[in-house]
Design a protein around this ligand. Structure first.
Ligand SMILES: Nc1ncnc2c1ncn2[C@@H]1O[C@H](COP(=O)(O)OP(=O)(O)OP(=O)(O)O)[C@@H](O)[C@H]1O
Ligand SMILES: [Mg+2]
Length: 267
């Protein structure tokens, strides 16, 4: 079951099988006039796919950016594989990331862009063609990225994240721009990666798709954690979308974080 203490959640040990792969510990990020993440404490279990969901502006991308050392917390901290990202030895070989802000050089081909990354991270160049094949971009390998569709760029970002065969994948809206075939492909692809023992933390608005992909759920709303747990514990027989809507509505109605909107009514 989901457990709750203050504004924090953790999964029962029996459900996750060990130490957290990722931890947010009282993470707060305040931009000038905007509290983007508010005292977030939650663990992500290893070897599982965890969905990070929340309305626009909930703080998902900010939390992931803090995790990857791309934004500095106002207070609190994040841990990934036991350390802060910046303290990991060779983090690029252990953690792959796809952020919506990721950009490639449009004048270079897909292969050339990935070769830039392998050079920077000291990864074998042979990996480039392997990952391009993995994301179904082998035929576009020698095309310039400026001619790529949004979905092709997303696949290329995934390829970049996989180059080092990392233990952990952090994906911010990887389904963005993918067509229905691409979204279905992504689902199977993430499952394959997780079966191979990787930890995947993925944010997405595609709740119907995400539902078939994830093991665990974290819901953020207005920077605050409102629920976390296994998919079954959060949904309780509802669809993920129904559970999400009920929980966010309940959090809107009450300023107190709400764990379970099915108890005692939500209106
Ligand atoms: N660099 C920034 N400067 C100022 N405010 C920011 C900055 N980045 C994010 N914010 C604000 O912080 C809040 C959280 O934004 P964030 O991008 O983390 O949300 P999100 O959950 O990823 O939303 P979406 O679903 O739209 O991607 C928003 O109110 C946003 O406007
Ligand atoms: Mg975002």
């Amino acid at each position: 079951m989901v457990t709750k203490a203050e504004n924090s959640f953790s999964f029962g040990a029996g459900e996750t099988g060990g130490a957290a792969a990722i931890s947010f510990v009282h993470l707060t990020k305040q931009f000038k006039n905007q509290l983007a993440v508010n005292d977030l404490t939650v663990d992500v279990a290893p070897g599982r796919i965890t969905g990070l969901i929340g309305p626009n502006g909930a703080g998902k991308s900010t939390a992931l950016r803090c995790l990857l050392g791309l934004a500095t917390p106002t207070s609190g901290e994040t841990r990934i594989l036991g350390s802060h990202y910046s303290q990991l030895t060779n983090p690029m070989s252990r953690i792959g990331a796809v952020l919506d802000s990721r950009s490639f050089n449009p004048g270079l081909t897909a292969r050339q862009n990935l070769l830039v990354l392998t050079a920077a991270a000291g990864i074998d160049d042979n990996r480039v063609d392997e990952v391009l094949a993995q994301v179904d971009l082998a035929e576009a390998a020698n095309k310039r990225v400026k001619g790529f569709s949004l979905g092709m760029k997303q696949r290329l970002s995934l390829a970049g994240a996989l180059l080092a065969n990392p233990e952990v994948l952090i994906l911010d809206e990887p389904a963005n721009g993918l067509d229905p075939i691409g979204i279905a492909w992504l689902r199977g692809f993430l499952r394959e990666l997780a079966v191979a023992g990787r930890t995947i933390l993925v944010s997405s608005h595609q709740l119907a798709e995400l539902e078939h992909t994830i093991d665990d759920v974290i819901i953020l709303h207005k920077g605050t954690l409102i629920a976390a747990g296994t998919k079954a514990a959060i949904t309780q027989g509802r669809s993920l979308e129904e559970a999400f809507l009920a929980l966010t509505l309940a959090a809107d109605v009450s300023s107190t974080p709400v764990q379970n909107a099915t108890q005692g009514g939500t209106k």
